[in-house]
Design a protein around this ligand. Structure first.
Ligand code: COA
Length: 334
């Protein structure tokens, strides 16, 4: 990579409405004790009716742009990582651009490229890889990467095996090659997938769901998952990918200041930390408060880690994630 890629703004948005484990006890046959011991989750946040993934993403985007000192009209690319877009068309990126007042011709390089992509929970890491490659061909690019999810819209609140796990949130970063005001340099990214495992996590509602006016929504529209198979794959893939990215950058685990894994389940987070042999004080977790917010977990965790003082600009940070597809990946910041 000839041109460096810097993160110069970070923001998040957490919907105010909270659903605690005790709230879920009233909806399904579950208990705070079961959820806490199996997942670590105590509460999650859900969007109000009429507030969508784009609205939550917009708030996170505004916070990231403010910190970067970037005006919306300076943005050249908007990439949105989501598996719960507002619509199949238009893209959530275009909806956010519209809400930011960005229009054709307002970008520094002329038009603004907007698109969504779906790498499920690995979306933020995939987005970092996308951004640093765009910067190689467009060194003047000012990229807004948003990860936003409205998973509650595809959660069956009568399925106890699913509804306790997920929540809604958004996070965003601004990336560019200009080091002025940089928080971290994006040193490296690795992205992987195994499409033969595509049935382990599914969310319907795409064109494979054939509908006509008045069709009844069936179970295939909601999140479904083979929990234990996903658990095992998650631990293996995040551990291996993290070691690969450290090795190819000649960085030891001891040199890392902070490890931020995908926030799906505290047991998975602990298992990855233990397998890596990393000091548990360097492993960040906030899944207790939000559940799994898919692509949004990493930027939300970065922002929470920063607010808690655990994450500071310039620290060596390893991000890692896994998700439906299956997809997985790791990114190194410094
Ligand atoms: N409350 C109470 N009981 C529940 C429950 C709930 N919310 N959900 C499931 N159960 C029951 C099951 O029905 C099962 O009962 P049975 O033994 O009578 O059939 C029992 O609890 C054990 O279920 P099991 O699936 O074996 O539990 P587990 O230890 O595997 O934990 C998960 C389940 C989902 C928490 C765990 O597999 C997991 O976290 N997997 C990974 C999920 C993930 O990260 N997904 C995101 C991908 S990005």
């Amino acid at each position: 990579m000839n041109h460096p890629c810097y993160i110069c703004g970070l923001g998040s948005c957490i919907p105010p409405r909270v659903m605690t484990n005790h709230d879920l006890e009233k909806l399904v046959d579950t208990s705070d004790e079961w959820i806490t011991t199996r997942t670590g989750i105590k509460e999650r946040h859900v969007l109000e009716n009429g507030v969508n993934a784009s609205d939550c993403g917009l708030n996170a985007a505004r916070a990231a742009l403010d910190e970067a000192g970037v005006r919306p009209e300076e943005v050249t690319h908007i990439f949105v990582a989501t598996c719960t877009p507002d619509y199949l068309c238009p893209s959530t990126a275009c909806v956010i651009a519209g809400k930011l007042g960005i229009s054709s011709g307002s970008g520094r390089m002329g038009n603004v490229m907007c698109m969504d992509f779906n790498a499920a929970c690995t979306g933020f890491v995939y987005g970092l890889e996308l951004a640093r490659n765009v910067i190689q061909t467009h060194p003047d690019a000012v990229i807004l990467l948003v990860a936003t999810e409205a998973l509650s819209r595809r959660t069956n609140f009568s399925d106890r095996s699913i509804c306790v796990l997920f929540g809604d949130a958004a996070g965003a970063v601004v990336l560019r090659s200009d080091p002025a005001g940089a928080l971290w340099e994006l040193r490296d990214v690795l992205c992987s997938s195994d499409g033969s495992l595509n049935e382990l996590i599914t969310i319907g509602g795409g064109s494979a769901c054939q509908i006509s006016e008045g069709s009844v929504v069936g179970p295939e529209w909601f999140i479904s998952m083979q929990g234990m198979a996903v658990f095992k794959h998650a631990v293996r893939s995040m551990t291996d990918e993290s070691l690969r990215v450290l090795e190819r950058n000649g960085i030891s685990l001891d040199e890392l200041d902070l490890f931020i894994p995908h926030q799906a389940n505290l047991r998975i987070i602990k298992a990855v930390g233990e397998r890596l042999g990393i000091d548990e004080n360097k492993v960040f977790a906030n899944v207790q408060h939000y559940g799994n917010t898919s692509a949004a977990t990493l930027p939300v965790a970065m922002e929470d880690a920063r607010r808690s003082g655990a994450l500071k600009p310039g620290m060596k940070v390893l991000l890692t994630s896994f998700g439906g597809g299956m997809t997985w990946g790791s990114a190194l910041l410094a």
